[in-house]
Write a protein that binds this ligand. Structure first.
Ligand SMILES: C[S@@+](CC[C@H](N)C(=O)[O-])C[C@H]1O[C@@H](n2cnc3c(N)ncnc32)[C@H](O)[C@@H]1O
Length: 328
């Protein structure tokens, strides 16, 4: 049956409640306490340090969206709730925990300020914006970095499968986070050397053993970046406004010989009919950063202004698209 208009807008208005239930359930780790059989809520609550009656109500709401199922005196997994487990290969838990952090929720509360002033909501919480905020809040930064890594578990194979990195001797991942993409690229291209470049706080927090062909370089991409044959910027430019993107691209261009390749990997928008997920990400950028999701023609104009020429778009099997440019 078709939804009444009033139901459509009510569902949107109350959408914060199921979202918050999902975040709380991920925060306290409910999904990890359920395996193949239903678990009585008393046992779940005891394991998570929760109140049983309240947890039942929260899980019932989620079950109404087919996330968990109430049966046989307890709660069992559905296909959707299984991806909330930490040990799921595509675990959504870190990303959902990220959406439940004060950095997201407090910014959402301030969205009206953003609409009225154009100022990112997070800048009102923290002068200097998101990266200063994360430096000031290492507990939230830890969850942010984990979320980026887990999101990449889906994006990385799609990117590595779609683009041929074999022509490059040195590949630099600029703002590469924990190096999830670069490690996979190096595994796919045995002759290549990789340089992982990110802020000192991110690089210095890396504790895992290094890849034999991976060099770590802390720094600031508004200042200087290491030289390379190919420069990857995945999910970086959408964090910044046009003026800052021009500066980042200019820094990269200074380290790029003519003919060097620039790969901008993000949800590049189609000129018309973007998906709800893509425009939601655009509003998240609006709340948290001075950035935005951009179309191919918007990116292409920014490339031109920084001494790069757009040479083509590669589609991936995921949501990412790869915009390629060459240094002129
Ligand atoms: C949204 S994350 C993307 C991480 C990774 N490329 C990915 O796709 O998962 C943006 C990255 O830019 C880094 N970053 C922000 N400001 C930076 C700066 N001034 N210099 C270098 N890296 C910076 C952040 O630390 C973060 O790792």
């Amino acid at each position: 049956m078709t939804q009444q208009p009033v139901e459509t807008v009510h569902a949107l208005a109350y959408g914060a409640y199921p979202a918050r239930c999902l975040q709380v359930v991920c925060e306290i780790g409910v999904a990890d306490r359920i395996d193949d059989e239903p678990v009585p809520v008393g046992k779940l609550a005891a394991a998570c340090g929760a109140d049983p009656g309240t947890l039942t109500r929260i899980l019932r709401l989620l079950a109404s969206f087919d996330v968990f199922e109430e049966r046989d005196g307890g709660f069992a997994h559905t296909v959707a709730s299984r991806v909330l487990r930490d040990d799921h290969p595509m675990s959504a838990r870190p990303l959902i925990r990220l959406t439940g952090l004060p950095m997201h929720l407090d910014s959402l509360t301030l969205l009206q300020h953003t609409v009225l002033t154009g100022e990112p909501a997070l800048d009102k919480l923290q002068p200097g914006g998101i990266w200063a905020y994360l430096t000031e809040h290492p507990d939230q930064a830890e969850i942010f970095n984990r979320a980026m890594t887990s999101k990449a578990a889906a994006d990385v194979p799609a990117v590595v499968g779609a683009y041929d990195f074999t022509p490059f001797g040195v590949i630099a991942d600029i703002g590469g986070g924990r190096g999830h993409l670069l490690r996979a690229v190096l595994d796919a291209v045995p002759g290549a050397e990789g340089v992982l470049f990110d802020q000192p706080s991110v690089i210095e927090a890396l504790t895992f053993p290094d890849h034999p062909r991976l060099a770590l370089r802390p720094g600031d991409f508004f200042d200087t970046v290491p030289a390379a044959d190919a420069f990857i910027l995945m999910h970086v430019l959408h964090n910044w406004g046009d003026e800052q993107v021009a500066r980042i691209l200019a820094t990269v261009r200074k380290s790029a010989a003519p003919g060097a390749t620039l790969l901008v990997i993000e949800n590049v928008l189609p000129d018309v009919h973007p998906t709800p997920a893509a425009v939601t990400m655009d509003v998240i950028m609006l709340a948290l950063t001075p950035g935005r999701e951009r179309t191919e023609s918007e990116l292409s104009a920014l490339f031109d202004g920084a001494g790069f020429r757009f040479t083509g778009m590669t589609e991936t099997s995921g949501t990412m698209r790869i915009a390629e440019a060459k240094a002129v």
